[in-house]
Design a protein around this ligand. Structure first.
Ligand SMILES: [Zn+2]
Length: 60
């Protein structure tokens, strides 16, 4: 048996997002209780609302 499956680089924190406005990174907290059109994360630095679609696109 080998534990190679867990041997992955973890340089970048998963789920972090760079704000398209102020360029600062933050941990997007998408409110899944909202309707799909209103789902997204708000930048804690400049209060910009980032739609969940952009959050998902940036996470890839
Ligand atoms: Zn921002």
């Amino acid at each position: 048996m080998s534990s190679a499956t867990l041997d992955r680089p973890v340089d970048t924190p998963s789920g972090s997002l760079a704000c398209p406005h102020c360029k600062k990174s933050f941990q997007p907290a998408v409110d899944a209780t909202q309707p799909p059109r209103l789902q997204g994360a708000k930048c804690p630095h400049c209060k910009l609302f980032v739609p969940a679609r952009l959050v998902a696109a940036a996470a890839t």
